[in-house]
Design a protein around this ligand. Sequence first.
Ligand SMILES: Nc1ncnc2c1ncn2[C@@H]1O[C@H](COP(=O)(O)OP(=O)(O)O)[C@@H](O)[C@H]1O
Ligand SMILES: [Mg+2]
Length: 329
Amino acid sequence: MWAVEVEDLHKIYPGGVKALNGVSFKVSKGEVYSLLGPNGAGKTTTMKIIATLLKPTSGRAMVMGIDVTSNPDSVRKIIGYVPQDLSADDELTGIENVVLQARLYGIPKDKAVKRARELLEMVGLGEAANRLVKSYSGGMRRRLELAMGLVNEPELLILDEPTLGLDVQSKLSLWEHIERLKKEKKVTILMTTHYMDEADKLSDRIAIIDRGKIVAEGSPQELKAKVGGDVIMIKISSDPLKVVEKLRMIDGVRGVDVIEGNIRIKVNVAETMLPEILKVLGSVDGRIESISITRPTLDQVFIEYTGRMFRDEEPGDFRRQMMIWRRKR
Ligand SMILES: Nc1ncnc2c1ncn2[C@@H]1O[C@H](COP(=O)(O)OP(=O)(O)O)[C@@H](O)[C@H]1O
Ligand SMILES: [Mg+2]
């Protein structure tokens, strides 16, 4: 049995926004599976459907073999959901938030308090348990929300952009907690992120999602292997299309395309190919404005499958900041 099985999900929001356009994937028990994609790709929509908070327009989703649409109550009992947006109450203390969450699951008061203490200890908030959440840093708040997602000892933990907008230090600390959870609790984790490094570091498997569709899937290694060797990106001042054919003829060049005005050349080893490539570029009008060489990365995987750069405009972060700001007033 799969921990999560999603089949051909479509979602059209009222007003006509087509958020999901046939999303399918399967997650094994004990796996960390990430949906990686830019803002607006459909990650949150997918998570909300699996967490029973949103009905799909068509298609189906199952958690541990239970259908989320026909049997939402049973699904809710076995999942923990940490939403992208703020979920802890600012005006309560850390421990009050966790206890409240536990009470919502029908856990008796004594047990709820004991469990809350353990969980807060686990996420490194033992000392801060009795402080009001509004005094927490972004990283502390996210760890609190992680603890809240674990009160019912879920078989599946859903994390929607767990480190969105956090500084590097807090991000690393949260990664450690997620990795420990995986090791020690054997919980299945389904998460979303638009950070390449995060997906790369934490996931057993990744699905790259773009405009409501999964465009590639595999382990981080598999995905990077699909790109192959090195990638050379060159920007020239003249029309790149004029040199593409010439570059393709070079022995050892595995592929050339033009991505948003940049020439993208796939080769096995960039260093040995550069002299020949520069010679060809020297034979055409215009100068070279920039050159960069990258080893296979998930960024390149994204470009490979979508023909576009993975751009991080972060409206999400902005919205988050606004919300924190509003709540503080
Ligand atoms: N409640 C809603 N009503 C209308 N459109 C929505 C709603 N929620 C999300 N969308 C749109 O659906 C698309 C997917 O959004 P979302 O699932 O939040 O993407 P992601 O989490 O990958 O950033 C976006 O175009 C977004 O603007
Ligand atoms: Mg989202």
